[in-house]
Structures are given as C-alpha cells and as structure tokens.
Design a binder for this molecule. Structure first.
Ligand code: HEM
Ligand code: HEM
Ligand code: SF4
Ligand code: SF4
Length: 287
C-alpha cells in the first residue's frame, strides 16, 4: 500500500481532509485499488442527533465502504475507504446539504478537539466547547490548507483528567484548573472511610479489594504528598497540590474542585514515532 496524509488526492480548494490510500497491486485487489480515508470535522463535545448520524452513515454507505471510525484519535469522524471519483461528490453533499465540513490532515492544523466539558461534567473549569468551536472557525484556512512543516494540534480538556489527552497529544494543550482550595466535605470523607460511600463511584466494585484504606489509596498516592488524614480530618496543602485529580476521582462526593477556575496552556507535546511520547511544557499557568 502507498499512503500519505493529504496532497496526493483531495477536493478542490483544500489540501487536507482526505488521506490517500492506493494499493500497489490493483489488478489482484481491484476492490481496494483506492481506499481513501476522509476526516469529517466532529462537532465540539461530539454531540449528535440520531438523524444527523443516520444521514452521515447513509452518505457513506452510498459513496464509500460504509466503514466508519467514531472517532479517530484525532477526534474526527473517520470515513474509511472510498475512491477518487467519489471525493468531490461526498464533499459537495457534506458542505451543501449536511452543514458539515472536512477536518484536517497532513501538515495543517488538525481538527481541534475537546472533552465533553461543561455540557455534562462538573469538573470542567472552562467552556471547552466554546473555545474549540471558536478556534475551529478562526483557523479555517490553516485547517484546510497545509502550510506547516508538520501537523499542529490544539486540544481542550476541561480539567487535568485530560479526557482528550491534550497533555500528551497536542502541540498546544488547554487544560482546565483552579487556584483556590479543593472543597472538602469532612462528613463525606468519613462516609468513605466508614464504607458507606463506594470509592471511585463504585467503578472497581466487581472485585473484593478489601476495605477502603484512605491512607493507602489516597493520601500515600498523592504525587506531591500534600495531604494528611489525622483525627478523622482530611487536610490538603493547596500550595503544593498540582491538581492531579487523583483524590477527587477516588472520593468525588467528598472532594470538589475549587471555585476560582481557569485554564493552563501547555506547548510542545507530541507522539512522534521515532522519539516516543513527549509531554507538553507549561507556558501559561493560569488564565
Ligand atoms: C507501517 C505502516 C503504517 C504506520 C507506521 C502508520 C502510522 C500512522 C500514524 C502515526 C497515524 C497518525 C498520523 C497523524 O495523525 O498524522 C496514522 C493514521 C492513519 N493511518 Fe496509518 N500507518 C501505517 C500504514 C497504514 C495503512 C497501510 C493504512 C491503510 C491502508 C493506514 C491508515 C491510516 C488511517 C486511515 C489513519 C487515520 C486514522 C484516524 O484519523 O483515525 N495506515 N497511521
Ligand atoms: C499493526 C500495527 C499498527 C497499526 C494497525 C497502527 C495503527 C494506528 C492507527 C490507526 C492510529 C491512529 C491514528 C490517528 O487516529 O491519528 C495510530 C496511531 C499511532 N501509532 Fe500506530 N499502528 C500500529 C503500530 C505502530 C507502531 C509499531 C508504532 C511505533 C513504532 C506506532 C505509532 C503510532 C503513533 C505515534 C500514533 C499516534 C498516537 C497519537 O497521536 O495519539 N504504531 N496507529
Ligand atoms: S477532561 Fe475533565 S472536565 Fe473534561 S470531561 Fe474529562 S473529567 Fe470532565
Ligand atoms: S489533586 Fe492530586 S496533588 Fe492535589 S491533593 Fe489531590 S492527590 Fe494531591
């Protein structure tokens, strides 16, 4: 197979969005002589209505292989497998009748991607969907016409749980955070210790791990060792806390993110094949 991100095949006016795939032995495998992938720009937070998804699937059944990937690691809706003559037809249908657009591929701005954010998640420290949508519109030219030496990604996570893995996978990562104290409900802490509340919201309840041990499972696992549990009271030294989310994830009914919320911006994360994963570097601590 020969492959390339953008460039060898595409739609008029765009340099990205279509990932060309050609088979080296088309005589032997005519069904996959071309098998191009199209990236379709997913909506922020990946919210759809069923009829919209049906329209996309019908289009792809009609003009492509019918195989989709919801969603690629890039975030996009991935249409896998079509032929060159179908590309413009699909593009026309997407942009004229489905109110939709292609995403990024090749050396351009890749489709910006965000977590589900404030729509559903109480940990979201800023409106990930608003910024994802705004920057997608702002950088349309960069998104469709490759002008960079390599791909460039924005990703938006509402909190350090990093559901879209921005810290490891985006050239510019936006991660929600807060400046004040983690809010502690001491009564609920006691309920976790006493076994009335299930740690991790019951996520690991299928096996017998023994009684919940707040020292072992929370305090000792705090990466900056800034917590202590003494005399039935949990304390956190906010100055040392890196907002890693671990304690909050284990005891969500007892611990809540602070109220003074914003966003940290990091640059430089990549997962290049030769060098391995590289984490982003913090450039703006709080905005
Ligand atoms: C050893 C060979 C291959 C390697 C190391 C490789 C590696 C990769 C990498 C690193 C990406 C992500 C690139 C990016 O986001 O810029 C990617 C994406 C992709 N590759 Fe490959 N690839 C290989 C062969 C193939 C072949 C033979 C096909 C199809 C016939 C293919 C189909 C795809 C598709 C469809 C995507 C995009 C998927 C998505 O966005 O969800 N790859 N590949
Ligand atoms: C049969 C083996 C493999 C298959 C089928 C495969 C396929 C893929 C696909 C489909 C993606 C998702 C691309 C996207 O959505 O952006 C991907 C990502 C990636 N793959 Fe592989 N891959 C294979 C082996 C490898 C190997 C051996 C390496 C490294 C030596 C590698 C490195 C990567 C990297 C760096 C990414 C990008 C991850 C990210 O951006 O999150 N892959 N691969
Ligand atoms: S990254 Fe944080 S705010 Fe966004 S969905 Fe995940 S847990 Fe919620
Ligand atoms: S969020 Fe992380 S660093 Fe902060 S107190 Fe909890 S476990 Fe420690």
């Amino acid at each position: 197979t020969h492959w390339k991100h953008g460039g060898i095949v595409g739609v008029f006016g765009y340099g990205g969005g279509v990932i060309g795939r050609h088979c080296d032995q088309p005589e032997k495998f005519p069904g996959v002589a071309h098998f191009h992938t199209m990236r379709v720009n997913h909506p922020s937070g990946k919210f759809y209505k069923a009829d919209y998804l049906r329209q996309l699937c019908d289009l792809w059944d009609f003009r492509g292989s019918g195989i989709t990937n919801m969603h690629g690691s890039t975030g996009d809706i991935i249409f896998i497998g079509t032929t060159t003559p179908q590309l413009e037809e699909i593009f026309y249908e997407l942009t004229h009748n489905l109110n939709q657009d292609l995403g990024g591929s090749g050396s351009n701005l890749r489709t910006p991607s965000d977590c589900i954010g404030q729509a559903r998640c109480e940990y979201a420290c800023y409106d990930t969907q608003a910024i994802c949508h705004t920057l997608t519109n702002e950088y349309q030219d960069e998104l469709h016409r490759p002008a960079f030496p390599y791909k460039f990604k924005f990703k938006f996570d509402g909190c350090p749980n990093c559901c879209v893995a921005s810290i490891a996978r985006a050239d510019l990562s936006f991660i929600g955070t807060w400046r004040d104290d983690i809010r502690i409900d001491q009564k609920a802490v006691k309920a976790y210790v006493g076994g009335e509340l299930a740690p991790n919201a019951g996520a690991h309840a299928g096996r017998d791990w023994g009684a919940f041990d707040i020292q072992k499972e929370v305090v000792d696992l705090c990466p900056t060792k800034c917590m202590r549990y003494e005399g039935d009271k949990l304390e956190i030294n906010t100055k040392e806390c890196t907002r890693c989310m671990h304690c909050i994830n284990v005891m969500p009914r007892a611990l809540r993110i602070g109220n003074d919320r914003g966003c940290s911006i990091l640059a430089g994360a990549k997962a290049p094949i030769l060098d391995g994963a590289q984490m982003g570097t913090l450039i703006v601590p709080f905005i």
